[in-house]
Design a protein around this ligand. Structure first.
Ligand SMILES: [Zn+2]
Length: 469
C-alpha cells in the first residue's frame, strides 16, 4: 500500500508520488513573527510535524523548508508603532517560536529562510513577471500581478473567475475572496513604512507577502517540488497567488501535492482575543498544562477536521499519555525468561499493520492511536495472565518506540532540572534511610523528589518512579 493524501487542488485522495523515488521535498508556510504563535498556528505546524515524521518513518528522505515571515504589513506596523528597527522588533518572536517548537517536540525543518534575507530572489521573480507581461507597474510605483494573464488563477481554491466581480487591485497582504484582484508583488515605499525599505532595480520599497514564499520555496526546493502545506486560510489568496507568480515565471508546475489543515476552535467557539479564549502555548504551560498534552490533543483529531480544543480534551490527553507511559514502564519490568510467544509476535505485526494502514490513509492519526490503545489493552491482558516473557516485552518496546518516532508522546522529552541518575541516587538514599528506620530522612527525600515532579510508588520489587505529567 502506498501513502495517500487528500490533495486540495484535485479535491481527491491521491497516491503520493514523489518526483525522486525515496525523497520528499516539501514547503510549509511558517510563522509571521509579529507576536507569539497561538495554538491555532500550532495545529498546522503539528500536522506538518506528523507529516514529516511519518514520511521519515516510511523511509523517505525529507527536505522541509519553513519560511519565517519577518516582513509583511503586520511586522512593519509593529516595528513602526514601537519606533524600533524591524529586526529588533521581530527577533524576540523568532526566538520564542523556536523555543515553542522544541517544547512541543516539533522536529526541526532542514531550512528556515527569512524573507529579509531573500529580497534579491523576490526582485528577480518580479522582474521576470514584468518582462513577460504578467505584471505591471501602477501609478503609485507598486508592481502588481495581472491575474487576467493567468487563466488557471483560482484552480486551487476552486473559484470561477468568470462568476466573480474581480476588483482592480489590492495592496494589502491579506484579503478575502470577495476582493479577488491583481495583487502586489512589490510595494513602493510609503511614508507609513518608515525605515523599512530596500533600494532595488524595482525602486525603493519592499516585497508583497505572497512572493516571499514563491522565492524561498523555489530557491531551496527547485521550480517544481512535491508537497506544499499550510492552514486552510492560506488557500486563498496566499497559495493561489504563489501558484500564479511561480508558474507564470517558470512555465512549469509549481507543486504536485497541496495539503491543508483545518481550523481550530476553542471550547466550541472561534478563538479570539475578544472572546477571552485566545491561547499561546505559554498561556497553557503557565497554567501547569504539560506541553506534551497539547501535542497529543493537536495530533489526535484528523488534520482535515475542525479541532475543538477544550480543557477537558487536554485532561483526557494527559491521561492517555499517562497510560501509554505506564504501559511502557510495565514492559521494561517484564522479567520472565523465554524465547518469545509466536502469538505475541503476531499481535505486534497486526498492530503495526493497523497503525500503518491508518497513517497511510491521509495521516489518520486518530485511527493510529486507536490501534495503539487496542494493542496496549491486549498486551496488558496477556501480562496479567503471565503469558508475556522478556523476549516478547523487548519486541513490544521496539514496536512502541518506532510508533513514537511518529507520535512523539510516549518517551518523556521534557527537559528536567534533574537527570535520571540524580533521581535514582535520591531513591537509593531514601531506601537506605528506610532500611535503617530513619523515617524523617526518608520523608524528607520523598518531599524533595515530589518537588522535582517525581512520583514514587513502593512495590514489593522495590521503588518505581516516574516524572509527573
Ligand atoms: Zn507562504
Amino acid at each position: 500500500m502506498s501513502v495517500r493524501f487528500f490533495d486540495t487542488r484535485r479535491r481527491a485522495l491521491v497516491d503520493f508520488v514523489p518526483m525522486t523515488p525515496g525523497e520528499v521535498r516539501m514547503y510549509t508556510c511558517g510563522p509571521t513573527i509579529y507576536g507569539l504563535a497561538h495554538i491555532g498556528n500550532f495545529r498546522t505546524f503539528m500536522f506538518e510535524d506528523l507529516l514529516r515524521r511519518y514520511l521519515k518513518y516510511r523511509g523517505f528522505k525529507v527536505t522541509q523548508v519553513m519560511n519565517i515571515t519577518d516582513i509583511d504589513d503586520k511586522t512593519i506596523k509593529g516595528c513602526n508603532a514601537k519606533g524600533i528597527p524591524l529586526d529588533e522588533y521581530t527577533q524576540p518572536f523568532r526566538t520564542a517560536f523556536f523555543e515553542d517548537l522544541d517544547v512541543l517536540g516539533i522536529e526541526r525543518a532542514e531550512h528556515y529562510p527569512s524573507a529579509t534575507h531573500h529580497i534579491a530572489e523576490m526582485v528577480e521573480i518580479t522582474q521576470k513577471l514584468l518582462e513577460s507581461g504578467h505584471a505591471y507597474k501602477a501609478d503609485d510605483g507598486s508592481i502588481y500581478f495581472r491575474i487576467a494573464t493567468f487563466p488557471r488563477y483560482g484552480a486551487l481554491s476552486h473559484m470561477n473567475l468568470a462568476e466573480l466581480k474581480v476588483g482592480a487591485r489590492v495592496n494589502s497582504d491579506e484579503y478575502e475572496k470577495d476582493a479577488v484582484s491583481d495583487f502586489a508583488l512589490w510595494k513602493a515605499w510609503d511614508p507609513q513604512d518608515g525605515t523599512v525599505f530596500w533600494d532595488t532595480p524595482l525602486g525603493r520599497g519592499r516585497p508583497g507577502w505572497h512572493v516571499e514564499c514563491s522565492a524561498m520555496s523555489m530557491k531551496y526546493l527547485g521550480q517544481t517540488f512535491d508537497i506544499h502545506t499550510g492552514g486552510v486560510d492560506n488557500i486563498f489568496p496566499h497559495h493561489e497567488n504563489e501558484i500564479a507568480q511561480s508558474e507564470a515565471s517558470t512555465g512549469v508546475p509549481f507543486v504536485n501535492h497541496w495539503l491543508h489543515a483545518e481550523h481550530l476552535i476553542v471550547e466550541g467557539r472561534r478563538m479570539a482575543k475578544s472572546l477571552g479564549n485566545f491561547y499561546t502555548l505559554r498561556d497553557l504551560t503557565g497554567r501547569g498544562i504539560p506541553a506534551v498534552a497539547v501535542r497529543y490533543l493537536l495530533l489526535s483529531t484528523h488534520y482535515r477536521q475542525q479541532l475543538n480544543f477544550t480543557f477537558e480534551g487536554l485532561e483526557a490527553a494527559r491521561n492517555a499519555i499517562g497510560r501509554l507511559r505506564d504501559f511502557r514502564q510495565r514492559l521494561t519490568e517484564v522479567t520472565g525468561e523465554g524465547a518469545g510467544h509466536p502469538d505475541f509476535a503476531e499481535l505486534i505485526t497486526q498492530s503495526r499493520t493497523g497503525f500503518e494502514d491508518s497513517l497511510d490513509d491521509d495521516l489518520n492519526a486518530s485511527g493510529g492511536l486507536g490501534v495503539l490503545f487496542e494493542f496496549l489493552r491486549e498486551a496488558n491482558r496477556r501480562m496479567d495472565a503471565g503469558t508475556v516473557d522478556h523476549q516478547d516485552a523487548a519486541q513490544a518496546l521496539r514496536f512502541l518506540d518506532s510508533l513514537d518516532s511518529v507520535l512523539g508522546v510516549i518517551k518523556d522529552q521534557t527537559k528536567s532540572d534533574s537527570s535520571d541518575a540524580e533521581i535514582e541516587q535520591l531513591i537509593r538514599d531514601r531506601e537506605n534511610a528506610r532500611a535503617t528506620k530513619q523515617w524523617a530522612r526518608s520523608d524528607e527525600i520523598r518531599a524533595e523528589l515530589a518537588a522535582k515532579g517525581v512520583i514514587l510508588e513502593d512495590t514489593p520489587g522495590g521503588t518505581r518512579w516516574k516524572r509527573k505529567l
